[in-house]
Design a protein around this ligand. Structure first.
Ligand SMILES: O=c1ccn([C@@H]2O[C@H](COP(=O)(O)OP(=O)(O)O[C@H]3O[C@@H](CO)[C@H](O)[C@H]3O)[C@@H](O)[C@H]2O)c(=O)[nH]1
Ligand code: MN
Length: 353
């Protein structure tokens, strides 16, 4: 699929017909001008949060579809209850309606061709079963180091590419409060992509993320946050924990590192503290839950894994707080909505059994 370049290093295919870029927004889309060179080839799915009467202008020259809350309610009917309102969690509606193989979540920052690096990450295997100390062995200029078992060098399909951030790091509110001026300049020099090992959870940030919709899309639900919910800013964390335990079960890979984006908007740490408050103490029970999760062999598709996970959430986290019962039900609604909007994929998943 890659074609040669003058330097002999294969260039990365655009995959413009296989990638959608999902952008949740409650503001304007002016940042698209800065990203035009990298985003213009792709189809954009814009999820307009907040008041649907507000008109959001999309700069000329972009191929896009735009959904506001009225559209979400019209398309999903009662199932729209699983899509959060007044929170960036609404982005997962874009994952539902996309028909592409890959989804990249919008970064908004300095000129870095993030889609190209995410595609590179997703097109090369991951190595979750044995840690390669020279990072990603499939990158130009790297390889498996001595002692790496040859039987494991084929790797597994990479289904999540988790990019990082320059400038404003994605810190939680307490850290933001004690380190208000800390800027992430150090990572400028960490030129690495690393597979998250099997059995290890990680804090997935939704700002700069790409994933294989066909292989793991049904697990990429960002949960119930925003209006009427007791918790926010744990949308991507919840999705990341569910995705990782399902990837470990299905033998799929998650990579983190490049591409970095310039994160320019620091949200208000005191507002964030209120949003994160329950998450900060609940996660001390939620993480051990995910670390102990075991999915039965009969679960061979992301949908089946996700439904099984929702049962365990209700059974084991329902006692932490009633919120997790609601979340477990919303997880089921999400899969019902996914299968309703993507019937062919459900069949293909069945045929993959
Ligand atoms: O109610 C809302 C708020 C925001 N959005 C859109 O979502 C993204 C991110 O918004 P923002 O940068 O303001 O928020 P952060 O605090 O930096 O969000 C980070 O925290 C994580 C947890 O939610 C999240 O993954 C990170 O992005 C922007 O595009 C807003 O326009 C929204 O749609 N609705
Ligand atoms: Mn931000």
């Amino acid at each position: 699929m890659a074609v040669g370049t003058s330097s002999g290093i294969p260039s990365t295919p655009l995959l413009k017909d296989e990638v959608d870029i999902v952008i949740p927004t409650i503001r304007n889309l002016d940042f698209l001008e800065m990203w035009r060179p990298f985003f213009q080839p792709y189809h954009l799915i814009i999820v307009q949060d907040g008041d649907p009467r507000k008109t959001i202008t999309v700069p000329d020259g972009f191929d896009y579809e735009l959904y506001n809350r009225n559209d979400i309610n019209r398309i999903l009917g009662p199932k729209a209850a699983c899509i959060s309102f007044n929170d960036s969690t609404c982005r997962c509606f874009g994952f539902l309606v996309s028909k592409k193989k890959y989804v990249a979540k919008d970064p908004s920052g300095k000129e870095i061709n993030a889609p190209e690096q995410h595609i590179k990450n997703l097109l090369s295997p991951s190595t979750p079963f044995f840690f390669n100390t020279l990072y990603d062995p499939y990158r130009e200029g790297a390889d498996f180091v001595r002692g790496y078992p040859f039987s494991l060098r084929e790797g597994v399909s990479t289904v999540v590419s988790h990019g990082l951030w320059l400038n404003i790091p994605d810190y939680d509110a307490p850290t933001q409060l004690v380190k208000p001026h800390e800027r992430n300049t150090r990572q400028e020099y960490v030129d690495a992509v690393i597979t998250v090992p099997k059995g290890a959870l990680f804090p997935m940030c939704g700002m700069n993320l790409a994933f294989n919709r066909e292989l793991i899309g049904p697990a990429m639900y960002f949960g119930l946050m925003g209006d009427g919910q007791p918790i926010r800013r744990y949308d991507d964390m919840w999705a990341g924990w569910c995705v990782k335990v399902i990837c470990d079960h299905l033998g799929l890979g998650v990579k983190t590192g490049l591409p970095y984006i310039w994160h320019s908007k620091a949200s208000n740490p005191l507002v964030n503290l209120k949003k994160e408050y329950h998450g900060i103490h609940w996660q001390e029970e939620v993480i051990p839950f995910f670390q102990a999760v075991s999915l039965p062999k009969k679960c061979t598709t992301p949908q089946e894994c996700y439904i099984e996970l929702s049962k365990q959430v209700k059974e084991k986290l329902g006692k932490v707080d009633v919120y997790f019962n609601k979340l477990a039900d919303a997880m089921v609604t999400w899969i019902e909505a996914w299968d309703e909007l993507n019937p062919s994929e459900k069949l293909s998943n069945v045929s993959a059994e």
